[in-house]
Write a protein that binds this ligand. Structure first.
Ligand code: GAP
Length: 494
């Protein structure tokens, strides 16, 4: 992960927000390459979910809505994480992410410590990694004989005390912490002016369900899709952009008759998993996990997660849920507006069920960065193998599609290169022009940016108007007509 984070900063994919002032936890900025990559992820989702479907329309809601929306949705009361503090060092943790780990060989306790991790298995690893070298040696020596007990600190058995993972100090009891960011609307900063930054885009869709239905002539089943910023005051933002306080979601609320909801749930669960494989996450790192009954929210009938095996562990990219008619029923009750649907064919009136595929733009972008990062060897200009870092993005997602190099800055080559560059730009392609340094070094720069095609204008171009096209992944070079470059690349980046 460290190598990827360093590359993302060095090459302008991702920066820490307000870095010149020391940054701010849980907020990230996307640089010139990152913004193109992220936009390509969003465009792929929008194209596949909205533009290519007759039964889905788009929406773009405001971030701040009437606070009653969040009362109806249950967020004001229920959108909580359990929070604990260390009484000694004052560090703050999510109670469900801190574990007490004990390793003992019979009566002999070798390790007893708090550890911060996503699950019990990773807590053991974190506890062992955080131990001093003497304890680590003893743990290794006792190996298979060790008995490990791991408990979440908010579920400790009687008599076991919780230790701070950082300083071993005493921890407070867990208390509820609402993750919605509060703000004030208008000039008065009192409770009547309080509002929230939305923690999900979904509720804006439910609040507009009737507007869309009345204006778009959609018939059940149909979906409303939205991409937009959401905000959560995460207690411990971590794992780079994975858990941020400001992030973007891609959410679809698909409305259907209650009798067809089970079928639509399976349809969307499988379609959404396939979407990620189509984006290039084809490796064995991608998983679809059905939730067990006890994991389901009280209003959900079924739920599955698309998970990716990040370097820091298996974690969720998207959840697909059958939310029943919970949200529309709540909004109907709280707003007093009729949100039922009348089917004029069957003469039936009902509150639709909702299937919700809800994905994260930043998490998908991070998974794509992790998947693309590759170290291999490529020959330099003398044919000698050299280590290279190459971002093997699917061409559809690559931030830059084409780089254009004149071999030398003379003999008319820059002029021809400029013409190829201008043609690509006029076609709306993300294209980069580079005439600085040895051509091998220019290739390396584009490999790190993940540019799938590099075109070089050389002496032969000046004789027969052909250029070389170099393929990022298999390093083959072929000659094609200079005026066919745009078409050649366009055919390969869909
Ligand atoms: N409307 C349902 C909903 O919001 P969620 O599982 O809380 O469900 C959906 O969020 C997706 O939003 C997640 O799968 C994840 O990709 C993204 N997401 C949630 N919290 C996030 C955070 N703190 N940072 C980055 N992405 C986040």
């Amino acid at each position: 992960m460290e190598k990827l984070v360093a590359l993302c900063k060095r090459r302008g994919f991702i920066f820490q927000s307000s870095e010149i002032y020391g940054g701010i936890g849980g907020f990230w900025d996307y640089g010139p390459l990152g913004v193109e990559l992220k936009r390509n992820v969003k465009n792929a989702w929008w194209t596949d979910i909205v533009r290519k479907r007759e039964d889905v329309v788009g929406l773009d809601c405001s971030i701040i809505m009437n606070p009653k929306v969040w009362e109806a949705s249950g967020h004001v009361v229920n959108f909580n994480d359990p929070l604990i503090d260390c009484k000694k060092c004052k560090a703050r943790f999510r109670a469900d992410k801190v574990f007490m780990v004990v390793a003992a060989d019979g009566e002999n306790v070798l390790l007893q410590t708090g550890a911060e991790a996503d699950d019990a298995e990773h807590a053991k690893e974190a506890a062992a990694a955080g131990a001093n070298s003497k304890t680590r040696r003893r743990l290794e020596k006792h190996g298979d004989k060790l008995a490990w007990t791991v408990h979440r600190v908010d579920e400790l058995p009687e008599g076991v005390t919780a230790h701070c993972p950082l300083c071993s100090g005493e921890l407070t009891d867990a208390r509820k912490f609402n993750m919605m960011f509060k703000t004030f609307v208008g000039a008065m900063e009192d409770s009547t002016a309080e509002a929230y930054l939305r923690p999900e885009t979904a509720q804006g869709i439910f609040a507009n369900y009737k507007n869309v239905l009345d204006t778009s002539r959609m018939k059940m089943p149909f979906g409303i899709a939205q991409i937009g910023k959401s905000f959560r005051n995460e207690i411990n933002p971590r794992n780079y952009t994975f858990r941020s306080r400001e992030f973007e979601q891609m959410e679809l609320e698909f409305f259907c008759h209650p009798d067809s909801a089970d079928e639509w749930y399976v349809y969307w669960r499988d379609a959404r998993f396939k979407w990620y494989t189509d984006l290039g996450l084809t490796s064995s790192r991608l998983h679809l996990r059905d939730h067990e009954g006890r994991e389901l929210a009280h209003y959900a009938k079924a739920c599955a997660d698309v998970e990716y095996d990040f370097p820091f562990g298996l974690a969720e990219l998207e959840g697909i849920a059958n939310r029943t008619n919970f949200d529309l029923t709540q909004h109907q009750e709280h707003s007093g507006k009729d949100l039922t649907y009348y089917d004029d064919q069957t003469k039936e009136r009902f509150i639709p069920y909702v299937i919700e595929p809800s994905g994260g733009v930043d998490r998908t972008t991070l998974a794509i960065l992790c998947e693309a990062y590759t170290e291999d060897e490529a020959p330099d200009e003398h044919g000698n193998p050299q280590q290279r870092v190459v971002m093997k993005f699917a061409p559809r997602l690559a931030p830059v599609k084409l780089a254009v190099f004149p071999l030398v800055k003379k003999e008319g080559m820059p002029e021809v290169a400029r013409k190829v560059y201008d043609d690509a730009q006029a076609a709306g392609m993300a294209v980069f022009y580079d005439e600085k340094g040895a051509v091998g070094r220019r290739y390396r720069r584009q490999d790190e940016a993940g540019t799938p095609f590099c075109v070089t204008i050389d002496g032969e171009t000046m004789e027969n108007q052909t250029v070389t096209v170099r393929d990022r992944d298999n390093l083959t070079q072929q000659r094609i007509a200079a005026d066919k470059v745009v078409q050649y690349v366009a055919e390969r980046i869909v």
